[in-house]
Design a protein around this ligand. Sequence first.
Ligand SMILES: Cc1cc2nc3c(=O)[nH]c(=O)nc-3n(C[C@H](O)[C@H](O)[C@H](O)COP(=O)(O)OP(=O)(O)OC[C@H]3O[C@@H](n4cnc5c(N)ncnc54)[C@H](O)[C@@H]3O)c2cc1C
Length: 297
Amino acid sequence: MLHDAIVIGGSFAGLSAATYLARARRSVAIVDTGTPRNRFAAHSHGFLAQDGSNPNAMLATARSQVGAYPTTTFINTKATKAVQQPDGFSIELTTGETLEGRKLILAFGIADELPDVPGIAERWGKTVIHCPYCHGYEFSGQRLGVLYSSEKSLHQAMLIAEWGPATLYLNGAPLPDSATLAELENRNVAIEPTGVAALHGEGTNLSAIELSDGRRPAIDALYVAPQNHLNSDIAAQLGCAMDTNPAGTIIRTSSMQETSVPGVFAAGDITRGAHSVTWASADGITAGVAAHRSLVF
Ligand SMILES: Cc1cc2nc3c(=O)[nH]c(=O)nc-3n(C[C@H](O)[C@H](O)[C@H](O)COP(=O)(O)OP(=O)(O)OC[C@H]3O[C@@H](n4cnc5c(N)ncnc54)[C@H](O)[C@@H]3O)c2cc1C
């Protein structure tokens, strides 16, 4: 069967794209492995009318609403390979099946490479966070830390000082230049140059950050700025142009979310430097509309 569109990734971006294609009565296959990036957080913030909702519950509702359209098909597996064909694209799945589609929408998201410090991974999305707009309000006025991983952490420390008293844990990295130090001081950011050995606290709570000299200052939330990786190399296989930003590689798209390869659209975190459920959904809608119009005209 030749689908009008295949969507790879069935989360906020992919399901938004699929909704618009389904409402245009087009056949759309959604291939998804079910691991959205924010699955580690119990609450998603900032999406209008869904502030504080559980992200997995939001996606379950979205899946059931998209699945109610008669022209949608869900395939719960991994897409591994994409090949351009004369009339569209063929997509290989881990099951050994191949799907055929006239248009392709990439919405497979990114992965976060967390710093290798004991205690971080299990607290990710709870008390170890990256985005103050997503989770900063909940830690307002509490003891905040920023773990240095790259130059991005300096900007992050200046920003999160807006939410409470902040300490920049340099974790053995060199002191920033004097102009940056002055800016940090202006923003009341304390600097701790010593290495970080581990995080401590009951369950996923955070109560102390253990330094390599044995001190354990108290802390309630730790910000990190992870490097990002695309979840799939399918865009590279197709020859889509890429851009780099300080966090990693993104897929280059037009204002209508079309990649450099005609007929291939991309949406969500894989296409932008700043990330949110709202932006991913908006990109997905744009990609869905653009893919539909390219089927018509
Ligand atoms: C800890 C954390 C908390 C966050 N909190 C918030 C918040 O409070 N508010 C907010 O607005 N944003 C938040 N975000 C950002 C938000 O999670 C992302 O912006 C959003 O999930 C991006 O949506 P997406 O559809 O682009 O990608 P994702 O949601 O990551 O979805 C990608 C989908 O593609 C699937 N997939 C990947 N590879 C393949 C493949 N090869 N084949 C098939 N399927 C594949 C995955 O399983 C997944 O379902 C948070 C992020 C993190 C890390």
